[in-house]
Write a protein that binds this ligand. Structure first.
Ligand SMILES: [Zn+2]
Length: 82
């Protein structure tokens, strides 16, 4: 059957999950990611889940989306050191 990993978004066989990973839906591979990177993906996922579950107006959706892109832009600029 396998399990769904919410970080990489794949269905993976049981042996790819540890005991803790089952509960939080994160496979062993993604567990090894640096904490800040995993957190970044998780937060993005939370926002997406929030958007798909709620009845937010499309306009607000785009506002929030552009905010995400701004954050990601800042993030990559910071990484690039320019
Ligand atoms: Zn994964």
């Amino acid at each position: 059957m396998g399990h769904y990993c919410r970080i990489c978004g794949r269905h993976r066989p049981n042996e790819k999950f540890s005991g803790k990973g089952y509960n939080i839906h994160v496979c062993k591979e993604c567990m090894r990611l640096p904490k800040d990177k995993r957190q970044f993906i998780e937060e993005r996922e939370e926002i997406e889940g929030f958007l798909s579950q709620s009845n937010i107006l499309t306009r607000s959706h785009y506002a929030l989306e552009s905010l995400c892109f701004t954050i990601m832009d800042d993030y990559s600029q910071y990484q690039g050191g320019e």
